[in-house]
Ligand binder design. Structure first.
Ligand code: GCU
Ligand code: CA
Length: 208
């Protein structure tokens, strides 16, 4: 009996992003990046403004009281509503992370951001987050959630743009595999989507 010819080929799938970002027009919250120092009013610090560890920006940094809720707060002025990227300069000379809620205008934009250990109190690092700002003044409050309190907080940089937070309108689409076969002189080039939900070990059999 003649059995039909069957060829099995394992092909490389094309990786295609399954998440599309909705385009939003963002007007600059500030011309280039703007730095807000923790020691400069209207910034506030539930602790002391210290300068005993080198390498900080400006004239000092906020040494928050070691307690839950002992916060540092910045007031950021945006010329128009939109997404912004904030970068927080900090040092944490301990060996334990200092989890901190980041609140924008009173709402938690990121809970328990990890201000991880730096080599020592003279070694500064940054944490970055995308936020939504309103036109005019915005408060950005760093509220520690553990009894260790805040890392030492040096400054907050704001730059307009960046990836808007999800609630600002990222669009999700359900895409199928989208198999295509293109004939060429030496054969057929077959491609299809690798989905974001596929396991890393996924394999495909192609029957012809
Ligand atoms: C040390 C350090 C301070 C820091 C504090 C802390 O005392 O000198 O700058 O704020 O530890 O653990 O928070
Ligand atoms: Ca402290």
């Amino acid at each position: 009996m003649h059995s039909p010819k069957r060829r099995v080929a394992l092909l490389t799938a094309c990786a295609v992003a399954t998440v599309g970002a909705l385009t939003t027009t963002v007007t600059a919250a500030s011309a280039a990046g703007t730095r807000y120092e923790a020691e400069t009013s209207p910034s506030t610090c539930d602790g002391t403004i210290d300068s005993n560890h080198t390498g900080y920006s400006g004239s000092g940094f906020c040494n928050g009281t070691n307690a839950v809720g002992a916060a540092a707060q910045f007031t950021v002025t945006a010329s128009a509503a939109g997404a912004a990227t904030i970068t927080i300069g900090y040092a944490n000379g301990t060996t334990a992370t200092r989890p901190t809620d980041v609140l924008v205008n009173g709402a938690v934009a990121q809970s328990a951001m990890t201000f991880d250990a730096t080599a020592n109190w003279d070694t500064w690092a940054t944490k970055t987050l995308s936020v939504s700002l309103v036109a005019g003044n915005n408060t950005i409050r760093l509220t520690p959630t553990s009894a260790d309190g805040l890392a030492n907080i040096d400054y907050l940089d704001v730059e307009a743009g960046g990836t808007p937070p999800v609630e600002q309108g990222r669009q999700m689409e359900k895409l199928n595999r989208g198999v295509t076969s293109v004939h060429s002189s030496s054969g057929n080039m077959v491609s299809w989507r690798l989905l974001g939900t596929d396991p890393a070990s996924v394999t495909f059999n192609l029957y012809r």
